[in-house]
Design a binder for this molecule. Structure first.
Ligand code: PEP
Ligand code: MG
Length: 521
């Protein structure tokens, strides 16, 4: 049994046999040609391009009625790349100039273009290099005399690949899931998998090398996990989870419009946690009364450069607009511990105990320019709808002082540049360090609201690494010490007249619901 981790695209759990896909461009047949052959080689390339163009047009024509709306657009993008002189035109020139065969010329040019995209700062544009590669792979298959998709795609299997082009993915209608080595959440492959509602994990790195055809796989598209050759116990566990997940989804859907009110008439603000802006639409659709926690650090991870103020502003505004007037709580970045930034992107420390190191607000205060850019972006998004700013891992009074000073500076900078923002923007602290819970009254007196991060509060109270499976059985939300800290925080908020919410997983644990409401949450 092998466990692989990547980026989950969602879609729930799939269990099935693996079908490993080859990539056409992997072994490019390179041959130097004679100068007399250049015309014939150019013609061969032009015919292959023509064949792929016809295939793509055919796919657009044959899209079924229920096909995802993005499908036709993605196919058109690929047709445009195919037509672009920077790809096939330059490859034709390379045939003449270097006396390369068509495959060699095409793969060299595709590689060159992909590298140019790879160097771009914008994550979305960077992913477009994969589209170029996918188009080239398709032409490569045509040059090899193979038409159509990369595999027999009619079987209900989990496809495992280095990458899958949107065009190929569309033909894999019976797929149970996708396990893909490349790509991030903005890859077209990911976008399409999401809109097809098929469980998918991207960015796995080595799935293709570790999985063989017909291996049994468990693919958890929500957790971003693929388990290869699971043992019987694990398989039974996931099958049960899969069945329960499906039952639950059907049941929960029926409750979307029901007001969250206790039997004795107390209204409960039931909000969602999100990690990416593109989750906001589903959040709004779910009937949530707001976003209780937007983990902004996911905008900063898996990339070479940190996102600037504009990119962040766009992301925050997307969420605010999608929520249509319902409050959005944006947490400033919580990096460190299990959420690391890529090397070179920022000076994250390598500590013996990263969970106790320069995490969250400690990291932000050590990088004031990065923090200021984020504060400005969040403030600017507040001009579009109700936003609350939430700061993780607060434990010291001087952290509040520094936060307020920097926030004042960010407001001043925006006033100077004439940018709009909500001057009354609520500022809150996460209570996730026992010291903060014990001093919750102080934090409540200085801030507008508190939000209890039970995931970390349990970890730090019980000295249990939340990511360590060997001590997972000791990670107990109902330990009396944890409950005392939670109850004390709620009580401190009540006394100070400040709202208190829970944004940790405990808020989604039905066993804790009555207890938390009874504590006055
Ligand atoms: C928490 O600690 O409970 C929390 C919500 O933050 P995160 O899970 O992102 O650490
Ligand atoms: Mg936390």
């Amino acid at each position: 049994m092998v466990r692989l981790e990547g980026t989950g695209i969602g879609g729930g759990i799939a269990v099935g046999r693996a079908r490993v896909l080859e990539v056409a461009s992997r072994d490019v047949p390179r041959r130097r040609i004679d100068s007399a052959e250049t015309d014939a080689e150019q013609l061969r390339l032009a015919q292959a391009v023509g064949q792929v163009k016809a295939e793509l047009a055919g796919l657009v024509e044959s899209l079924p009625k229920g096909a995802p709306t993005e499908a036709a657009a993605l196919l058109e993008v690929h047709a445009m790349i195919l037509d672009d002189p920077a790809l096939s035109g330059a490859a034709r020139e390379a045939i003449v100039e270097h006396l390369w065969n068509a495959e060699w010329a095409l793969s060299a040019q595709a590689g060159h273009l992909a590298a140019q995209f790879e160097a771009l700062e914008d994550a979305y544009l960077r992913e477009r290099g994969r589209d170029v590669q996918q188009v080239a792979d398709r032409v490569m298959r045509a040059l090899a005399g193979l038409g159509g998709p990369a595999a027999d795609v009619s079987e209900p299997v989990i496809f495992v690949a280095e990458d899958i082009s949107p065009a190929d993915m569309l033909t894999m209608r019976s797929a149970l899931g996708f396990a893909i080595d490349l790509g991030g959440i903005t890859s077209h492959t990911a976008i399409l998998a999401r809109s097809m509602n098929v469980p998918a994990v991207v960015g796995l790195g080595a799935a293709r090398a570790r999985v063989q055809d017909d291996d049994w796989l468990i693919l958890d598209g929500d957790a971003g996990v693929v388990i290869v050759a699971p043992d019987a116990g694990v398989l039974a566990d996931y099958r049960a989870r899969q069945a329960a997940g499906e039952r639950e989804r059907v049941e929960l859907r029926r409750l979307t419009g029901v007001a969250a009110v206790t039997r004795d008439g107390a209204a409960v603000a039931l909000q969602v946690n999100i990690e990416r802006p593109d989750e906001a639409a589903a959040a709004a659709d779910s009937g949530a009364s707001g976003v209780g926690l937007f983990r902004s650090e996911f905008l900063f991870m898996n990339r070479a450069e940190l996102p600037g103020e504009e990119e962040q502003f766009e992301a925050y505004r997307t969420v605010v607009r999608a929520m249509q007037g319902r409050p959005v709580t944006i947490r400033t970045i919580d990096v460190g511990a299990d959420k690391t930034l890529n090397a070179g992107a920022a000076s994250a420390s390598v500590a013996t105990n990263p969970a106790l190191g320069r995490r969250a607000i400690r990291y932000s205060l050590a990088q004031p320019e990065v923090f200021l850019a984020q504060l400005r972006a969040i403030l600017r998004a507040s001009a579009d709808g109700p936003v609350r700013l939430l700061v993780p891992m607060i434990a010291h009074h001087h952290e509040v002082d520094s936060l307020m000073r920097l926030l004042g500076q960010a407001r001043e900078q925006l006033r100077e540049s004439g940018q709009a923002f909500d001057a009354e923007l609520a500022v809150g602290a996460m209570i996730e360090v026992p010291a903060a819970a014990l001093c919750a009254g102080y934090f409540a007196s200085r801030l507008d609201f508190l939000s209890i991060g039970t995931n970390d509060l349990i970890q730090y109270t019980l000295a249990i690494d939340r990511a360590d499976h060997e001590v997972a059985s000791l990670y107990d939300p109902f330990h009396p010490a944890v409950l005392r800290l939670v109850a004390g925080t709620i009580e401190a908020g009540r006394r100070a007249g400040r709202p208190v919410s829970v944004c940790g997983e405990m808020a989604g644990d039905w066993r804790a619901t009555r207890l938390l409401l009874g504590m006055g949450l």
